[in-house]
Design a protein around this ligand. Structure first.
Ligand code: ZN
Length: 132
């Protein structure tokens, strides 16, 4: 029985070698200098993400259009600053562009998830109001 460890290059192992070398090359070219550690960038995502989650819940709980609009304006203004600081930190973290897009994609989903949860809580409270 032959396995890949016997040095026989099968089509599968050949593509694996090609993939590994192309990955190494990508890392070398896309990592010129990293002044922010990768773990610091992740901690920043988790901290701002937790903040966004509760902000989303607060927005989802709004029952009146006026107060929801005021809160939306406040969120939009300071969310811009958060997004710029997060993007700047990731740009200097040494992550590849694909990894940064993945992290920020997940990050951008946190607030909408909080809004949906807040709306669920708000609608369940209304249901409780109708019953009692
Ligand atoms: Zn906020």
């Amino acid at each position: 029985m032959l396995s890949e460890n016997d040095g026989v290059i099968t089509p599968h192992s050949a593509s694996k070698i090609a993939h590994d070398s192309s990955h190494e090359q990508a890392v070398k070219t896309e990592e010129p200098e990293s002044t922010v550690s990768k773990s610091a960038a992740i901690i920043l995502v988790l901290a701002i993400g937790a903040h966004n989650f509760f902000e989303g819940i607060a927005f989802g709980l709004q029952r009146e259009l006026g107060s929801a609009g005021q809160l939306a304006a406040g969120i939009l203004i300071h969310k811009t600053a958060a997004a710029v600081s997060l993007g700047g930190a990731f740009a200097r973290s040494g992550y590849t562009t694909r990894q940064i897009i993945l992290f920020l994609g997940i990050f951008s989903l946190i607030a909408p998830i909080g809004i949906i949860i807040g709306m669920q809580i708000a609608s369940s409270n209304k249901l409780v109001d109708v019953i009692f």
